[in-house]
Design a protein around this ligand. Structure first.
Ligand SMILES: C[S@@+](CC[C@H](N)C(=O)[O-])C[C@H]1O[C@@H](n2cnc3c(N)ncnc32)[C@H](O)[C@@H]1O
Length: 217
């Protein structure tokens, strides 16, 4: 099966499962193709620039952008979400499609994974999860030096932006690229902000950090 077909099949199965468990607020297939497939793949360019190795999707929910990116890039992938029920459903869809060996799930908090598997990842993505500074703080201990954190953002307030930039050195991260694109509907715009891990974070990682956004996209 081609990647595109597999991604589409994955999406259909997630929408089916969504009728019973809240994985995404989107129920129409067309809308989901735009926001869960096309938008997920917006960060492929950045993912392809990351060093070879393990890729992780932080706060993955129904598996976005992690699953489309995993299938398109061919990378070994871990989807991370603290809601174990979501990860169990996503995991069973991955098994059903025969891709569970390439794409696995971690049903737990990102902070705990960072303690269990420090420096295990060469690339991370995060969509609709938290502010840039929090994402950097979570990602830094998980990344190898040279690894990339790819943040999917709609709009970033000046304060959020300045705060993230001011913490770069302390968090052992530096701004790598910043790109805005428009989806095929000609209306939805997406900003992909990428940070590179440059060294050991100088701030002690808190056991748990606060999250701004908890509702699924
Ligand atoms: C708004 S949803 C976004 C889901 C998906 N990334 C998307 O864009 O469709 C945020 C997800 O992050 C998860 N989450 C929030 N805090 C987390 C943490 N500390 N560790 C792991 N997952 C977390 C929530 O359970 C939720 O599924």
């Amino acid at each position: 099966m081609q990647h595109e077909e597999l991604i589409d099949l994955y999406l259909e199965k997630i929408l089916e499962a969504n009728e019973k468990t809240n994985l995404t607020r989107i129920s129409s297939l067309d809308e989901a193709r735009k926001l869960h497939i096309e938008d997920s793949l917006a960060g492929l360019e950045e993912l392809n620039k990351a060093p070879e190795g393990l890729y992780g999707d932080l706060g993955s929910g129904g598996g976005f952008p992690g699953v489309p990116l995993a299938l398109e890039s061919g990378r070994k992938t871990v989807l991370v979400d603290s809601v174990q029920k979501k990860m169990a459903i996503v995991g069973s869809v991955l098994s059903e499609l025969g891709i569970a060996e390439q794409v696995s799930t971690y049903g737990g908090r990102i902070e705990d994974l960072a303690h269990e598997r420090p420096c295990a990842f060469t690339a991370l993505t995060a969509r609709a999860l938290s502010k840039l500074s929090v994402l950097m703080e979570l990602a830094s201990p998980l990344l190898v030096n040279g690894g990339l954190l790819i943040c999917y953002k709609a709009n970033v307030q000046e304060e959020e932006w300045e705060h993230a930039l001011s913490l770069q050195e302390k968090l052992g991260m530096r701004l790598y690229s910043d790109r805005t694109l428009t989806l095929s509907d000609g209306e939805t715009s997406r900003r992909i902000i990428t940070f590179e891990k440059t060294g050991r974070p100088k701030l002690k990682l808190p056991r748990h950090v606060g999250f701004a956004q908890k509702k699924p996209l």
